[in-house]
Design a protein around this ligand. Structure first.
Ligand code: SF4
Length: 285
């Protein structure tokens, strides 16, 4: 029987991401290595070659990813970016990989999102990142309200919404509860939880969350945003949880990113798969 994308009540789901435009963002999010305002040494480029992205999609499929997300740096989706992303979707679809192609391209209009859906994008990821009270301390170049409106556009366009946040950036427990309430009001299908991975020169201090606090964040998200089908652990899994990283499933997560992140290396996908198998986790594929 062919399994549906989100049919993993007893299975865990893996997603892979491709940074198709890196480090070119003019916004000033303090936690983000992709902002040109944060003086971080990363590889910066405008457009990744189509054939490279197709190879990455094939590699994601080989490593049991069900979802493959096309991520761009930058405040918003522009029409030229939209054209580029649509050409990538067509090229990947030609390979018939049975991969769900997702997108994460910043603020977007309803019309742009409808175009993405028409091209075959299934999920649009747009995180609120932080509570409305705390967000202005992390970013001054756009507002949380703008992010919220894009999330509403995603839903109106008929796309599935992935909407989560980042933790360990100096937020309080109350901020997390406020963030989860805002996310809950959007009824996302997927809730990505990212844990801040400190890189030299970022203008905020290191993540001081303990593993137990981080597990408790996952549990709270799972309980509060109870309509979400997926709680996904995104960036920072390895540095946050170290040798306890697979315990995230015991606290309510049922998905994580496999392979590398946007500007940092992840655990080897092969090693993840071997570890999950040893621990008897079933991967939806
Ligand atoms: S808008 Fe997105 S890519 Fe740009 S700095 Fe903020 S988080 Fe990073």
């Amino acid at each position: 029987m062919k399994k549906g994308f989100y049919e993993f009540k007893k299975r865990d789901f893996l997603c892979s991401i491709s940074n198709i435009e890196s480090g070119t963002c003019n916004e000033d999010c303090k936690f983000c290595t992709q902002s040109v305002k944060n003086d971080i040494e990363i590889t910066r480029y405008k457009r990744k070659e189509i054939k490279t992205v197709v190879e990455e999609a094939k590699n994601a499929k080989r490593h049991k990813a069900q979802g493959f997300c096309l991520v761009t740096a930058g405040q918003k989706l522009t029409d030229s970016k939209l054209e580029y992303i649509i050409s990538l979707v067509h090229a990947i679809k030609k390979e018939d990989l049975d991969l769900k192609i997702n997108a994460c391209n910043g603020l977007a209009t309803l019309e742009q999102l409808k175009e993405l859906k028409k091209a075959g994008i299934e999920v649009y990821n747009h995180n609120l990142e932080a509570s409305k009270e705390f967000y202005p301390k992390l970013c001054s170049t756009h507002t949380l309200q703008e992010r919220y409106e894009t999330c509403l556009n995603v839903k109106e366009a008929g796309l599935n919404l992935a909407c989560g946040g980042i933790f360990g950036v100096g937020e309080s427990h109350e901020d997390r509860i406020s963030l989860f309430n805002s996310i809950k009001s959007l009824e996302p299908m997927i809730v990505p939880l990212n844990f801040f991975h400190y890189t030299n020169n970022l203008p905020i201090s290191k993540n001081v969350l303990t593993k137990q606090e981080a597990f408790s964040i996952i549990k709270t998200a799972r309980n509060m945003i109870d309509s979400a089908k997926v709680v996904m652990i995104g960036g920072g899994r390895e540095s946050m949880f170290e040798d306890r990283q697979y315990e995230v499933f015991e606290y309510g997560a049922n998905s994580f990113i496999i392979g590398d992140y946007l500007t940092t290396f992840g655990e080897s996908a092969k090693k993840d798969l071997i570890s999950l198998e040893k621990l008897n986790y079933k991967i939806a594929n």
